[in-house]
Design a protein around this ligand. Structure first.
Ligand SMILES: [Zn+2]
Ligand SMILES: [Zn+2]
Length: 556
């Protein structure tokens, strides 16, 4: 580690060890880890092996060269050598593709030892490749990776708080960088704690208040500012840059200067920096929720006091979409009930897949009856929560539903889903949706775009038309919190409520332990869509939920 000579010496030896060797199979000496050189340091070897397993050979080499993981892809190109990259990193503090792009744009690279204008141009040209090689990761994965790190940091004495920043804090469905901010007067204690975590391979210790590690093949940046300054850092690093620009313009209009250092008066003194709320207050604004900091209209609306209160996790009174071992869930119905009770819900719906769904296991018609009996037993056992017996029925290629009406009538709630495109063009998909929504027993359309993050795009439909049809038929749409769905996303959810729709925010959970996390993700996504409690079915009582279902079913 930099700043520690014994550690530095170790890394120099590690560099000698791996340079020019193929870790997997060296022709002359055999694989490195199986046949280490006799004088090699066992601790260094263990660390190298961990890194190799976490991120492959490039990760080992960049670690040994003391480079941040997000730059490692660049030295695979011919544009730059690992030594040049090390020079840029150390001289300019460049740690990410974005930093490097800025340095190239501002011509800070030329003139560094061993780097001329031609080298700078070549790096600039290779940058798009670098960016393409650092794919964004899904919000769900980012949250779970950051969580371990956040827990470890929060447990260190002296840490005031620890929070993710950037696109992760804004709840964007694909996250660019994982960065964590944790104000403290004792940064060394935090760094020690992080380096002791089994999950983190040490990548870079750039300064006493910044650290980069790799966990689960993803780079995590940790910044440890002085507490007096942390609000300014939090605001600046959360972004978005468009939101920050809008705040900066507002500050300038009032004779103030807003920068990453905080808010300055005209005489240059920093007036506000300790908390985000301080800075917003000084700008005459309420604290604007991170999820809507997009720089479109939120600052202007907030300045007029016209920003609504968005739905929060505490508003959620039940979860209406989850799976059990009766279809492709991992846990029993009882385990899901226990999980929902632990979250304090008043009600829940068990909604397994219908027979023709492509899920790994499906509910059969016999299964429906047996499940109903099981649920009747659980209702007696757990009188403190209302258990609705529902299903997530497939919308078949002909637009019909995958259970007969006689079967569907027995359910307390029917969710309908278009899981399978069946080769259909958008117009045919719209017809299938329309026919399902006209069905009086269908209360809710689940994950309407049917995208799979990060790989599969959603259906390319005229969603405003779909939402209008949903309003006409009295059908609700879902904001699905499963990490692979987050569907509707924020932008579509905003259009849905603008069309007058009620949404339901559900976990679509397949494992009891994830019920809370997936509901969180659903709520964050809804907040990105400016959704208020009044727009959400499951902020209401179970009696209200039942009457929404009954209203569409009509007199029976
Ligand atoms: Zn589904
Ligand atoms: Zn589902």
């Amino acid at each position: 580690m930099r700043g520690d000579s014994a550690e530095a010496e170790r890394w120099t030896r590690a560099l000698d060890l791996v340079r020019g060797r193929n870790i997997e199979a060296d022709a002359e000496t055999g694989p490195l880890f199986d046949n280490p050189p006799p004088d090699s340091d066992p601790e260094v070897l263990t660390r190298l092996r961990q890194m190799y397993e976490a991120g492959g050979w490039v990760l080992v080499e960049s670690a040994v060269a003391d480079l941040p993981a997000d730059l490692r892809w660049l030295f695979e190109s011919d544009a730059v050598t690992i030594e040049q990259l090390g020079t840029i990193h150390r001289a300019l503090g460049v740690t990410s593709a974005a930093d490097l792009a800025a340095a190239v744009r501002e011509h800070k690279v030329r003139g560094l030892p061993g780097l001329d204008a031609a080298a700078e141009t070549a790096i600039g040209a290779a940058l798009p490749t670098l960016r393409a090689r650092i794919p964004p990761i899904s919000l769900g994965r980012a949250v779970s990776i950051a969580e371990t790190m956040l827990e470890a940091i929060r447990a260190v004495p002296g840490v005031v708080w620890a929070m993710p920043v950037g696109s992760l804090r804004r709840g964007q469905d694909m996250v660019g960088d994982i960065e964590i901010l944790a104000p403290t007067d004792e940064p060394a204690a935090v760094i020690d704690a992080i380096l002791r975590l089994p999950a983190s391979s040490h990548m870079l210790h750039r300064s006493e208040r910044r650290l980069y590690v790799v966990a689960d093949r993803v780079q995590i940046g940790i910044r440890l500012p002085e507490p007096a300054h942390a609000g300014a850092d939090l605001l600046y690093l959360t972004g978005s840059s468009a939101h920050f620009e809008a705040l900066r313009a507002r500050a300038a209009a009032g004779g103030l200067t807003l920068s990453s250092d905080g808010l300055r008066a005209s005489d240059g003194t920093v007036t506000r920096a300790a908390t985000e709320a301080d800075i917003y207050t000084a700008l005459g604004l309420p604290l604007i929720p991170p999820e809507i900091r997009n720089g479109d209209e939120e600052v202007e609306l907030a300045s007029r006091g016209a920003l609504p209160t968005f739905v929060a996790r505490g508003d959620i009174r039940g979860d209406l979409h989850m799976h059990t071992v009766w279809s492709d869930g991992r846990d029993s119905t009882a385990a899901m009930v226990e999980g929902c009770r632990a979250l304090g819900y008043e009600y829940m719906a068990i909604t397994d897949h219908s027979p023709h769904s492509r899920a790994a296991r499906n509910l059969t018609i016999d299964g429906v009856k047996q499940q109903a009996e099981e649920i009747a037993g659980l209702r007696e056992q757990y009188p403190d929560i209302t258990i609705l017996h529902g299903c997530e029925v497939d919308i078949l290629p002909n637009g019909r539903l995958d259970f007969t009406d006689q079967v569907l009538e027995e359910f307390d709630i029917v969710l309908a889903s278009l899981h399978e495109r069946a080769g259909h063009a958008p117009e045919q998909l719209m017809k299938r949706y329309a026919s399902a929504m006209r069905h009086p027993l269908v209360t809710l359309i689940t994950h309407p775009t049917n995208r799979i993050l990060p790989s599969r795009r959603g259906y390319d439909l005229d969603y405003d038309r779909l939402f209008a049809q949903a309003v006409d038929t009295g059908t609700l749409v879902e904001i699905d919190g499963a990490p692979s769905h987050l569907d509707l996303d924020g932008a579509l959810a905003r259009r849905a409520i603008a069309a007058g729709l009620t949404v339901s925010i559900n976990s679509d959970c397949h494992r009891a332990e994830m019920l809370g996390r997936q509901m969180d993700l659903g709520v964050v996504t809804a907040r990105r869509g400016w959704v208020e409690p009044r727009h959400v079915l499951n902020t209401r009582s179970v009696a209200d939920v039942r009457s929404v279902i009954a209203a569409k079913r009509g007199p029976r």
